[in-house]
Each structure stands twice: as structure tokens, then as C-alpha cells.
Design a protein around this ligand. Structure first.
Ligand code: G6P
Length: 615
């Protein structure tokens, strides 16, 4: 939610901040703004809409000069997305300026106090309250900006990543974080500030990721100072080397990031199992599991918490963990779990799944589980993210940066990691025979090629998309391992094409959704060869007799469903437990093509954000 960028150094800040905002637009794109110190004064431009709108606005309103700048791309929380509510926000004196990602929960009481002291507010935002609180502290306590920020943040309840500067001291920027990510890129006598490292990777490979409750005072020509917000104590700056490169965050010839990321899945899955799946030795090696094997083997149960697409990966994992490793699993929405006073014991293992590693509800859920003694294992994509750091142990998915808001390769790599874990545990517990184990390893290694094969249906899927793009509703049905895939397929369509879609277990159709079926209803049925194949075929018959339009996702060569369905999309055969890795692919492409045909913004669908750092 919200992206923040900043620059201080010898270069022009404007292009760095604008390009950085474009890279962070996946975090929110309701409105955008920039503040520059042009050598004599503070210049602010902000507008509702995307960064491209901001560029036009800057052309008309301010000069682009200056070596100090901060910018913001917003996902609205307090106050509708309009020009006034856009960041940056300036204090009443006009001296201080701030960008903020997060929520100040006690902003109303703080605002009242400030109004009593004569402050006025232009916007409805919590952020404008914060900058004026900082100003009030600075004046009242007669302290420097860094100290004022520190004192003010101690009065604040909520989450934030902020960058603040004072136009009268344009050689200094103060940043702080609690609950929202913030990285500082360290160049030669220059500094970059951003919600993630993507805005500055072409300038420096060295960065500090601030920890929660840390702030930093960044001064041009000086060293960065990191401090604890609570007590102002200095902490050593932990400079890390970035693994990211520019190519990974560019579209590489594809029309959209989503399409690029769909096509990257074969490689992403190889990257995920590389070094972990050692087929010749017939072993799976994952440090986070080996080091904590006892915890897993003695676990009463595994609780999986996640949100959105990651939650669907958790559901797939439930099937495979129970099926192969015979460990009871519960899958919970992080947002429900954290607020429902669950029974958690020291013998529980909690697996948190998160692409971004920053989802506020998932983070809060693991903190809660940890406080009750559970062992927390993180499955994250973003290295060094909050959830990865908060977990006791974990395994990265290694999918590479995922920029399209609708998650694709993150999902399949999450399933890959979770399948490897389930297989490793099954081997350790002896719930899988060595021949079956070998068969799984071999099959897992073949999945990337089979995904390539599934991607070959792209042109055919486009034809099917064209036929159904104007439907108002879609149903997605699947059984067993492919029930979560049905949920995920429906979610993809909703997210990017704004067509209402529901995922259902195929047999549950009879208990409600069947009433919706008529000749206008497209129904995507995942009907690959599996244990309950015959039952799915019966479900298809039921749909057919009610004139529903059937789009079957079938195993290559299958003739039964081919005869019954209006359209079929083939995927290669595989072991049932690994089939979600293949059946997901045509559903991603179907939603992608429909959204493109409907002229929707595929990579940045309305109202959504890639990283949901508010609850
Ligand atoms: C948002 C994104 C989804 C994602 C979900 C969970 O809703 O738009 O694509 O699945 O958050 O995010 P996480 O980063 O925790 O996997």
C-alpha cells in the first residue's frame, strides 16, 4: 500500500523519483505526488491518478530542478483519492514536508489537539496530522528535525514508513519505519529512499533495510545514522548487498508484467527447487526444515495463514501435507485468525505464506502465534521482508520480482516450495515409500517443461476468451487438489477483468450455484484425470443438462470431457498432487486475455494493491 521514494545527492532528484514511483506503482496508484527542493524553495506537485498524470502536472506547475526530492504513489486509506489528499503533505508553516505509507490510527485525537493549538488542515489524511505534529514538537521542544520526528512518532499509534525534510535544512532527510517497509540505498555521497530496492538498483547495490521501530537521519556528505525510535539510541547500520537486477523488473518485450510473469513460471519453478530437489541422490534438502525437523515431526498440527492468492496456495498445501505427510493442517485467513482468539500451543507449527512478506494481517498473525509459543515458518518471495525476518525459519520461493498486481508465478512457486516441504516431511516420517518419493521428484523436475507445454494453448485460450469476454458471471469448479485452483481462477478473473466469478468445489455446485446456471453462464471445470474424475464428469453432465457453457481443463488426450464440453483446454498429465501447477496456467491466461479484450488495466487493476500493508 503506497510507494515512497526519495533522493538526496549530487544528481537531479526528479527523474530518479519519477522513475522510482513508476516502479512502485504496483503498491498503489490512486494518486501521486512529488516534493522537490529546487535550491531556493520547496516545490510540491500532486494529483489524483497515476504517475503519468503526475508527470503532466509537474510540466504545468513546477520546475524539475533540485538535488533533494521525495515522491509518493498512493493507495487511499484516510480520505478519498483526490489532489488534496495526495502526498506529499506540507506542515502549516510551509517548512516541513512528508510522504507516508501506512496508517496513523490515533490521528483524530492528535488532530483535535493540534486544532486546539491553532493548526489548520487542508486534507482528510492522517499524514497531514503527522507532519503538523512533528512541526509542533519541533517548535515546542526547540529540537532538530530528527529529534522532533522521534518524539512525535512516540505519540503515534499505527504503522508507517515515512520520509520528511525541512526546506530550511535541505541537506537532510529523516526516515522511519514501523510496520511498512523502507530501504535506504547507499551510493557514493548520495542516498536513495524507497519502499523496496527497485527504484535504485541501477545506482547502487548497497542498501539498509530499516527494522521496525528504527529511524535514520540521512545527511548529504555525511554518514547515515540509524536510531531506535523508542529511546533515540544509535544502532549499527546493517548494509546489505542487493541481489536484484534491472532486467528482472522490466517487461522484457511482453505487453504486460502479468503476461511476462505467467511465462516466467517454468524458470521460476526451476529456481525454486534448484539446490533443494536433488534427484540423483533422491533427497530434498531445505535448511529451514532440516534445522527444525523435530518441530515439524512433533507438531500437533500445522496452521497455515495467508491472504489472497497465497491463501489459495495454502489450501493446496493442506491437501498435500495431509495426503503425503499425514500431518493435520488448518488453513486460515490471516485476518480472521488473528482476531478470533484461536487455541495455539507450543506444539503448533504455523506456516505463513506471503509473496511480499509485508501483508499486515499475515504479519500480525505470526506475531500473535509466536507470542503463544508456536514455531513460525515463513514462505515468502521478497528476501529480507518483514514476514521473512519475523519468522523463526523459512524458505524463500525465489520467483523473482512479481510486479503484476494479480499474482501468478508467486502462486506456483509457493505450491512448489510447499510440495517440497510436504515431501521432505513425508520422507522423514516414513509416510511415503522410497519409490513414490523418487517418482515425485522426477515428476516435479518435469513440471517446468509441462508448463511450457500448457502455455502453448495460449492462442486457443484467446479464442475462448473472445467468446466469453462479455459474460457477467463465471463459475469455476474443481475437486480435491483442484478445488483451490478453481478459487484462484475465479479470483484472477475478478481481479483484472471485474467480472463476477465464483470458485466452488464441483460437488457443492448442487447446493446453490446450480440455480445460477443457464445458457449464459460459462463454467470452467477443472476435469483432469484424477481420483474423482468420474464424479467431475457427472458434474459436467449436470451442468450440460441445464445448458451451461462448459470450458473444461482436461488432461491431454482425454476424450470423455472433450465430447461433453463446449470447449476444452489441455494440460499435460502429471501426478494429481502436482496438477495445480499445470491447471492454474490456462486459468491465468483466460483471465489475462479477457481483461486485455475488455481494455482493463491488467497490471494495475482498480482498487487493488500488490502489497497490503494495512489491515
Ligand atoms: C493482495 C494482492 C494479492 C495477494 C495478496 C496477499 O491482495 O493483490 O495478489 O495474493 O495481497 O499478498 P502476499 O504478499 O501476502 O502474498
Amino acid at each position: 500500500m503506497c510507494g515512497i521514494v526519495g533522493y538526496i545527492g549530487p544528481r537531479d532528484a526528479y527523474p530518479i523519483v519519477i522513475e522510482g514511483l513508476k516502479r512502485l506503482e504496483y503498491r498503489g496508484y490512486d494518486s501521486a505526488g512529488i516534493a522537490l527542493y529546487d535550491g531556493t524553495d520547496l516545490k510540491v506537485a500532486k494529483t489524483k491518478g497515476k504517475v503519468s498524470e503526475l508527470e503532466k502536472c509537474v510540466e504545468n506547475e513546477i520546475t524539475k530542478t533540485g538535488n533533494l526530492g521525495i515522491g509518493h504513489t498512493r493507495w487511499a486509506t484516510h480520505g478519498v483519492p483526490n489532489d488534496v489528499n495526495s502526498h506529499p503533505h506540507v506542515s502549516n508553516s510551509g517548512d516541513l514536508v512528508i510522504i507516508h505509507n501506512g496508517i496513523i490510527e490515533n490521528y483524530e485525537s492528535l488532530k483535535k489537539e493540534l486544532i486546539n493549538r491553532g493548526y489548520t488542515f487542508k486534507s482528510d489524511t492522517d499524514t497531514e496530522v503527522l507532519i503538523n505534529l512533528i512541526e509542533e514538537v519541533k517548535k515546542k521542544e526547540k529540537v532538530k528535525l530528527g529529534k522532533a520526528v522521534q518524539i512525535a512518532l512516540n505519540q503515534v499509534v499505527g504503522a508507517y514508513a515515512i520520509a520528511v525534510f525541512d526546506k530550511n535544512k535541505p541537506e537532510e532527510v529523516v526516515v522511519a519505519r514501523l510496520g511498512s517497509p523502507l530501504a535506504v540505498g547507499i551510493g557514493e555521497d548520495e542516498f536513495f529512499i524507497a519502499s523496496d530496492a527497485s527504484p535504485f538498483i541501477e545506482y547502487t547495490k548497497n542498501a539498509i533495510y530499516l527494522e521496525d521501530e528504527e529511524m535514520a537521519i540521512i545527511r548529504f556528505h555525511k554518514k547515515i545514522k540509524v536510531r531506535k525510535i523508542k529511546n533515540d539510541a544509535e544502532v549499527p547500520a546493517n548494509i546489505q548487498e542487493l541481489q536484484l537486477n534491472l532486467e528482472q523488473i522490466e517487461k522484457g518485450g511482453y505487453e504486460h508484467f502479468m503476461l511476462k510473469e505467467i511465462h516466467e513460471q517454468p524458470k521460476a519453478i526451476v529456481d525454486t527447487y534448484r539446490g533443494r530437489l536433488l534427484r540423483d541422490e533422491a533427497i530434498i534438502k531445505m535448511a529451514g526444515i532440516e534445522d527444525n525437523m523435530k518441530k515439524f515431526l512433533n507438531a500437533n498440527r500445522i496452521i497455515i495463514v495467508a491472504c489472497g492468492t497465497s491463501w489459495h496456495a495454502g489450501l493446496v498445501a493442506e491437501y498435500i501435507f495431509e495426503d503425503l505427510a499425514r500431518i493435520p493442517v488448518e488453513v486460515e485467513y490471516a485476518s480472521e485468525f488473528r482476531y478470533r482468539n484461536p487455541v495455539i500451543t507450543e506444539n503448533d507449527v504455523l506456516i505463513a505464506i506471503s509473496q511480499s512478506g509485508e501483508t499486515a494481517d499475515t504479519l500480525a498473525a505470526i506475531k500473535m502465534a509466536k507470542s503463544k509459543g508456536a514455531f513460525v515458518f515463513g514462505v515468502c518471495n521478497v528476501v529480507g521482508s518483514s514476514i521473512a525476518r519475523e519468522s523463526d525459519a523459512g524458505a524463500y520461493t525465489h520467483a523473482g520480482p512479481e510486479i503484476g498486481v494479480a499474482s501468478t508465478k508467486a502462486f506456483t512457486t509457493q505450491i512448489t516450495v510447499l510440495s517440497l516441504i510436504a515431501l521432505r516431511l513425508a520422507r522423514a516420517k516414513g509416510t511415503i515409500s522410497s519409490s513414490d518419493f523418487r517418482r515425485y521428484l522426477l515428476e516435479m523436475e518435469m513440471i517446468p517443461n509441462k508448463i511450457e507445454k500448457a502455455l502453448e494453448s495460449d492462442a486457443h485460450i484467446r479464442v475462448v476468451s473472445d467468446i466469453y469476454k462479455d459474460a457477467s458471471n463465471f463459475l469455476y469448479l474443481g475437486r480435491g487438489y483442484n478445488f483451490p485452483v478453481a478459487l484462484e481462477g475465479a479470483l484472477k478473473l475478478k481481479e483484472i477483468s471485474y467480472i463476477h466469478a465464483e470458485g466452488y468445489p464441483a460437488a457443492e455446485m448442487k447446493h446453490g450455484p446450480i440455480a445460477l446456471i443457464d445458457e449464459n453462464m460459462p463454467i470452467v471445470v477443472i476435469a483432469t484425470r484424477a481420483e474423482h474424475y468420474d464424479k467431475v464428469v457427472s458434474n459436467i453432465q449436470e451442468i450440460k443438462s441445464r445448458k451451461g457453457k462448459i470450458i473444461g481443463v482436461i488432461t491431454e488426450g482425454d476424450t470423455i470431457v472433450r465430447e461433453l464440453a463446449d470447449h476444452v483446454i489441455e494440460v499435460p498429465d502429471t501426478i494429481e498432487a502436482l496438477s495445480p501447477l499445470l491447471t492454474t496456467i490456462p486459468l491465468q491466461l483466460l483471465s489475462y486475455h479477457i481483461a486485455v479484450m475488455l481494455n482493463k488495466n491488467v497490471d494495475q487493476p482498480r482498487n487493488l494493491a500488490k502489497s497490503v500493508t494495512v489491515e
